[in-house]
Each structure stands twice: as C-alpha cells, then as structure tokens.
Design a protein around this ligand. Sequence first.
Ligand SMILES: [Zn+2]
Length: 426
Amino acid sequence: MASASLLLALWLLLFLANHVWETVLDVLNLGHGRSRPPDELGDRLDGATHARMRTYQRARGLVGLPSRWTRVAVTVALVVSGGLGWLHDLLHGLGLSPYLHGLLFIGALSTASTLIGLPFGLYRVFGIERRFGFNTMTWRTLLADLIKGTALGIVLGVPLLLAVFVLVDRGGELWWLYAFALVGAFQLMVSAVYPTLIAPIFNKFTPLPPSSLRERLETLATRLDFRVRDLQVMDGSRRSRHSNAYFAGLGRAKRVVLFDTLVEQLDEGQLAAVLAHEIGHQKRRHVSKRLGVSLLLLLVAFWVLGRLLHFDPLYQALGFASSGDGTAALLVVVQLALPALLFVFNPLLSGWSRRQEFDADRFAAAAMAGHEEMTGALLQLARDNLSDTAPHPWYSAYHYSHPPLVERLRALRTFEAPLPGQPPVA
Ligand SMILES: [Zn+2]
C-alpha cells in the first residue's frame, strides 16, 4: 500500500508540474510586451491590425486558463477521491460481460471529458470567434458535428477497443506487440480512407474549376515532378473564416485540399507558394518521417502498457482495486500517467516540426524563384487569421509546431539561392 501512496504522490507531482509549467508559459505569453508591430514587419503590418491580433490572442489565451484548471481540478479530484474505482465498481454492478463493462467505463469517462470541455468550447466559438468575425457556425451545424463526431467515434473506436481487449486476454506474453500492430495498421487505414470516406461527412468538396489558378497550380506540380491526384476546394467557410490547406491520402498520388477561405484571401502567386511549401513537405519526406515517429511512440506506449498490465500499485495509486480491474482500467491508468511523464519532450517535438517548416519554406522559395510570394502568403494569412506575430520565445519554443511569423520571414529572406541540384526556375 505504501508504494501505492508513493506512486500517487509522484503522479500528482508530475501532473501538477506539467500544468503549472504550461500555465507559467501562458501567463508569460499573455504579458509579452507587443504594443507595436515587430520592427521586421515594418510597413507590412499596420498598427490597427496588430492591435486587433493582440486583443484576439489575449482573449484566446485568457479562456485557456480556466479551461485547463477546471480539467486539472476534476482529474485530481477523481483520482484522489478514488472516483475512478468507484465508477468502475458501479458499472460492474450491472453484471455485464467484462468487455461490455470496459467499453461502458471508457465511454463514460470520455463523455465526461467532452462535457467538461463543452462550455469553454462554446464560449470560444460563439463568444470570441464570433466577436472577431471568424465564426460562421450555426447551432445546427454545431449539433450535427457533435452527433456525427460521436457516431464516428463509436463506429471506429468500439471495434478497435474490443480487438485490443481480446488481444490482452488471448495474445499471450507479446499481446502488446500485436495490439501495437493492430492499432498502427488501423491508423494507417483511417488516414488512407480519410479524404474519400470521412472528411466528406463533415464538409463539401468540389473540384477546383478550370481556371488560370488551376492551370498555374497544375503547372507548378508538374514542374516539381509531383503527382496531384485531384485539386479540391473545401467549404471551410461553413464553420469559420480561418483558412488552411492540406494534402490527404497515402501513396504517391495526393489530393490537395484548399479551404474556400484560402482561395478568397490569397492571390494566385501566393496560393502557388503555399502549394510549393506543401510539396516541399512531401519531397523532403517530412510526412513519412512524422508517421514513422508517431508509430515509434505508439510502440513505446504499448510496450509500457505491456510492462504495467499486472503492476498492482499503479492501479491502486490511481483509485482502482488491483490490476484485476482489467484492460479498460489499464488504458485509463496509462492515459493519466503518460502525459505527465512525456511533457518534457514537447519542446523537442515542436522544435523538430519547426525545422521542417523552415525546410519547406526554403523549398517553396527555390521553387518560386524567390521568397516574395511565400512571404506575401504568410503575411496575408497572419493578417486574416489574426495570428500572434511574435509570441514569447519560451512559449513558442515549447508549443509552436510552426515558427512565429517574424522568424519565418527572416529565414525566407536568406533563402534566395536555388536548392543544390535544382536549376533556377522562371
Ligand atoms: Zn508546413
């Protein structure tokens, strides 16, 4: 029992350390002095837009604090009071089969987690996003999203969880390795069918009509020796004025998806630069490297699950009776414990991702024979999305998957020279 209380104390310490540290970063970033646009942006960002960016970022940052600490308080209360074990036993009293019991337990916790986040999410959408003119979502769309999302979670999640439960019971010593293979294959399968089967449940996609834009993007892809399976425009404006673009699909031919808001906000040259940046991610194998790393992390997580399956003190520390409480309890235990151990690696992963963004920008600058269009695109996107142009350096080092605007523009200016082995293009 002593080791259980020691483990509980250790978990509390790490869990709170994680959130206190991130709150320190939030507060530093909120107070980061930016009364004027950063010098580098000079005449390319007017004072009024800069002020609006700052008010918007502050409003978003401020709602993050109560949202985080409500979640922390509920989680700590649930663990320390033994609430997890209580809920587990309560559902056990229904006399269901162990698998159904496990599904219900995880379902109850994820429903509770969704409900805790809901008021803050609603305030973000209908308070902040509406105030700054971004929100275009109606209550109807929101409700439909919630229903579709839940249904999709059940359709995809329940069979996967059941399969993991069965593997734990029947897979022998190496169950964790089989479960990793299954979940990994499942993730690949979902990303393969995402563009054709899942994304259309939430949005409408229409092929980019024949136009000078389409011609320009196709010519660029051909020139960079990149196969585009199709060019689609997505009705992102159905939910918000924020803009984006992404590639979807596995294998050689990709679908390029442009938000309708992006097509509205950028000119043709800037859209071409955005496409060149995305092609840069593919050509430099960033996407497959990220996939490799996420599979590796998944393998580590399952290895940890395998080691902990019968480690009673950890179950007891977090409020369960023993490891006899089953696989669902194990999944919850690990979900509570892993983030508290892994948050220290956050800056490494963010830093890696930011290096890839610089690399893709460099590729785009070479492909566009100069940085002007990429620079113009980034500035326009920052204006239209009211981005934080110069966050607190600790905050961005820890959280940002993309370098802050000022750093990106500074780097772009040094990327004039064509890439080695690639002829300058007109
Ligand atoms: Zn990128």
